[in-house]
Design a binder for this molecule. Structure first.
Ligand code: ARG
Length: 394
């Protein structure tokens, strides 16, 4: 009996070559494509997979699940890696890996495979997830092992093996896209001093081309999850897609980073996450209105840890699940509306309101109606400073 392998297939050169390479080694290759909003032409890719030698090609629409169980969990946590990365690629890996494992079970496959290199984070995310879901599955990572060392050698292999691939297009960067954002690396970006050309950006307009007038959007949240855009109820997938267009047209959502990979390499990354930045800004603004100081400050520390767990491929782990429970507890009151002003690359909070607001005008005001008893402050300060009285007197 031949060995069955389910391969995470993207339709690009690497994974197409992998289909043939594995088939040449005697595997029955089942190509697996997860739709996480990358906008690929799945019909063409499916044909390509089969023409290349896959015995079957499975396409699964995971967009709703991706948004609900990955993106919005990360949003509720306010997770952001190294102050600039909203984790689009990192969040997509565990759901794709879960899809691989489930497909392997359905198809009775003993092997799963991915097309990641040995230098990145994605291999870690795939393999840690696969192992935590089913430690018995054997994992193949051809790109880490094979003899094809350069892109030119891969193209040669594709030609020799009649793999239907578009080799005429020069690929200047390594790009990963999904509904939440886009990650761009390599090529000319490897020089950290090189300023990317405008045409590298796909989801956001540059400041010069961005709309001259500010765009206002209203986002309504229910328990930390965005549910309405400009007063209109919609599911997460549509809300992200619509908001991405408005924010992207206003030039919001770019970052250019030198980032610390898990494998110890510093790398240059360009990210675009227009809807992500708008939602993150709005969500934080609402939290600052409805959460008490201690919860808010503690949650900020959790956000950092949460981002690391997502980035490091530790999604299906006890700590991550425990943090989700903590975060959900904090989100019970995070309902309300935030008004954002999007203009020439800036995303600012123009207003916020909530039935659970902890903001009390009668306490904050310096005008008529003040109920704050200023005379109490005297005793409070004395006790607050008691431990330090004279601590620095000369
Ligand atoms: N550095 C980012 C991450 O680790 C993006 C990786 C993008 N992957 C790609 N194939 N271009 O999440």
């Amino acid at each position: 009996m031949s060995k069955k392998v389910v391969l995470a297939y993207s339709g690009g050169l690497d994974t197409s070559v992998i289909i043939k390479w594995l088939a040449n080694k005697g595997y029955d290759v089942i190509a697996y494509m997860a739709d996480v909003g990358q906008g690929s032409d799945f019909t063409t890719y499916k044909k390509r997979a089969l023409a290349t030698g896959a015995v079957k090609c499975v396409v699964e629409d995971l967009k709703n699940e991706f948004v609900k169980d990955f993106v919005f969990k990360s949003l509720k946590a306010d997770a952001i890696y190294e102050n600039g990365y909203l984790l689009a690629t990192a969040l997509s890996r565990p759901i794709i890996a879960k899809g691989l494992v489930e497909t392997a079970h359905k198809e009775g496959a003993e092997y799963v495979a991915h097309g990641c290199t040995g230098k990145g984070n994605d291999q870690v995310r795939f393999e840690v997830t696969i192992r935590s879901l089913d430690p018995k599955l054997k994992i193949l990572a051809p790109v880490r092992e094979w003899e094809l060392k350069t892109r030119t050698e891969e193209i040669e292999y594709a030609k020799d093996n009649s793999i239907p691939i578009d080799t005429t297009k020069k690929k200047p960067y390594s790009i990963d896209v999904n509904l939440w954002g886009i990650s761009i690396e390599s090529g000319k970006l490897e020089d950290p001093y090189y300023e990317p050309d405008e045409d590298i950006y796909q989801l956001t307009k540059g400041i010069n081309k961005a709309m001259a007038l500010p765009a206002y959007v209203e986002i309504e949240f229910s328990k930390g999850v965005p549910v309405k855009l400009n007063g209109k109820a919609m599911n997460g997938v549509s809300l992200i897609a619509k908001l991405a267009k408005v924010a992207g047209d206003a030039g919001v959502g770019r970052s250019d980073m030198i980032e610390n990979r898990l494998v110890g390499i510093k790398s240059r990354e360009i990210y675009e996450a227009p809807a992500g930045w708008a939602l993150y800004t709005a969500h934080k603004a609402l939290e600052s209105l409805v959460l008490d100081r201690e919860t808010l400050h503690f949650k900020d520390q959790i956000a950092q840890k949460y981002a690391e767990l997502a980035y490091y491929g530790l999604w299906y782990t006890p700590l991550k699940e425990a943090l989700d429970k903590f975060i959900d507890e904090t989100q019970k009151k995070v309902s309300g509306v935030v008004k954002l002003k999007l203009h020439k690359g800036n995303c600012s909070v123009a207003g916020r309101k909530s039935p659970n607001s902890l903001y009390k005008k009668e306490l904050a005001t310096y005008e008529e109606g003040d109920v704050f008893d200023q005379s109490l402050a005297k005793g409070f300060i004395e006790l607050w400073g008691l431990p330090y009285k004279g601590s620095h007197s000369k």
